[in-house]
Design a protein around this ligand. Structure first.
Ligand code: FDA
Length: 300
């Protein structure tokens, strides 16, 4: 952790909540479904798609998991009712992954049934390495029943290449990102260039096997390489999309949009915004560094 990040993380607990809220608001759509809908409506007006994420992981009781399931279902109903262009991203730990695989699978199945009713799509976010195998297992189980679902793979994970090779066999819809959790060197590549190289390798595998990919990065080197790859493979623009986090790299996002590429923004919202922000900052101080930089550069 560099000095600046250490200082930022160390002082965060003393920063008043409204101040944290103000600066994290650039990355989050608010606390309520209405605020999230309003944010997505604005993004849609600007030609952007969205994926909504109800904040909250690390639950400890079945009641909390059921509450999370119901909140996700409400989001799907709201998307349909309000006629906004958004799908849903879910985190399996918030739906009981650590309380029992079967229990979690049932919760996810209930969400997917509602998504199917509204002809919407649900993406399984990928969490830390303790969740990878179980997330993939649940995904593969549900893939037999539901067609409009997709999963995230992380380019820093050494195992991802093998996971891609398995998942392309069923024509999986992927989101590819670098990976945000701190992982040990046995599990994940640590060097920036290694992660980038693996990102390109996995993207090539996915696209050449005709899988739809959400290319989730703000790294302009990777977006250029991805564009080069799509041209080399002769892909139409409806075979992939770029995905970015709300509030990050607005210039790069605009450039890709101007060039006619699909752009989807990840829009987190919910009452748990404070706990969520603090956990993210502690897990990966780089993110806190970004927020600190945002104090000086607020141009979303
Ligand atoms: P990199 O970190 O090199 O960032 C490139 C540049 O973008 C930086 O120099 C900086 O300027 C800017 N930037 C990046 N992140 C920023 C931030 N938070 N705030 C401000 N500026 C920032 N991870 C995971 O493990 N599981 C998941 O399911 C997902 N899902 C997901 C969805 C979407 C749509 C995105 C865009 C990302 C994720 N991620 C994720 C996070 C991902 O793994 C990764 O940690 C971040 O995207 C940062 O990596 P970049 O590829 O952007 O490169």
């Amino acid at each position: 952790m560099n000095f600046l990040n250490r200082v930022v993380v160390g002082t965060l607990p003393f920063v008043p909540r409204p101040v944290v809220r103000y600066y994290s608001s650039r990355y989050m759509a608010g606390e309520t479904i209405d605020e999230a809908v309003c944010c997505v409506r604005q993004l849609n007006k600007e030609g952007k798609l969205a994926t909504l994420d109800v904040l909250g992981e690390d639950i400890t009781s079945t009641d909390e998991a059921i509450l999370a399931r119901e909140q996700n279902i409400q989001v799907l109903h709201a998307i349909a009712r309000e006629n906004i262009d958004s799908n849903l991203s879910i985190k399996l730990t918030s739906l009981g992954l650590k309380l029992g695989k079967e229990f979690c699978l049932e919760n996810v199945r209930e969400i997917l049934k509602v998504a199917r009713q509204h002809n919407n799509f649900v993406r399984f976010d990928m969490e830390d390495s303790s969740c990878t195998s179980d997330t993939i297992e649940i995904f593969r189980n549900l893939q037999k029943e539901f067609s409009r679902i997709g999963i995230v793979l992380q380019a820093y994970m050494r195992r991802s290449e093998e996971d891609v090779r398995q998942l392309i066999k069923t024509g999986t819809n992927f989101r590819l990102c670098k990976g945000i959790y701190k992982e040990p060197p046995e599990v994940a590549f640590q060097k920036r260039e290694e992660v980038r190289r693996n990102f390109v390798k996995l993207l090539d595998l996915m696209l050449s096997n005709r899988c739809y990919v959400g290319i989730a990065t703000h790294d302009s080197v990777l977006t250029s390489t991805a564009l080069h790859l799509t041209r080399k493979l002769g892909l139409q623009k409806d075979r992939y999309e770029f995905q970015m986090l709300l509030g990050v790299q607005p210039e790069l996002r605009q450039k890709l949009l101007r060039d006619g590429h699909r752009m989807r923004l990840y829009v987190p919202f919910g009452e748990q915004w404070y706990a969520y922000s603090m956990r993210r900052f502690k897990e990966n101080p780089e993110v806190a560094g970004y927020v600190f930089k945002a104090l000086f550069r607020r141009n979303v």
